[in-house]
Design a protein. Structure first.
Length: 125
């Protein structure tokens, strides 16, 4: 599984999988998601669909915020923009690209990624 997750449903007691998809986030992104400063996430080889989502933050005990994936945009890494970077909670495009290389060391400019637009469910910020 990648540091930001693989989108597979979370296991639940009894061995059955939850029907809700999950997006995994590094702990560093929790405040940005809660405050609405981060409204997108870039995923590489991590299938996501529009609809309800559990946003899982990898803390000592996982924290799950309910949310909704509102839109998906497919593009290459080389097509990412400053606007994409800011929506993802970064100061600028170089910062976003550096973080992508941290999470996905083999990612290249021509690789196809998905920009996942999401929102938290009201009351959970």
């Amino acid at each position: 599984m990648s540091p930001e997750g693989d989108g597979r449903p979370e296991p639940v007691p009894g061995g059955q999988a939850s029907a809700q998809q999950c997006l995994y986030f590094h702990r560093d992104y929790l405040d940005a998601v809660r405050t609405g400063r981060k409204t997108t996430t870039v995923r590489f080889r991590d299938p996501v669909t529009v609809g309800p989502v559990g946003m899982v933050f990898e803390l000592d005990e996982d924290l799950v915020l309910p949310g909704t994936v509102t839109r998906l945009a497919t593009k290459t890494v080389g097509e990412l923009s400053e606007e994409d970077a800011v929506a993802d909670g970064f100061a600028d495009l170089p910062e976003l690209l550096g973080r992508l290389r941290y999470h996905y060391p083999d990612i290249a400019s021509e690789d196809e990624i998905t920009v996942v637009h999401f929102r938290t469910v009201e009351g959970d910020r």
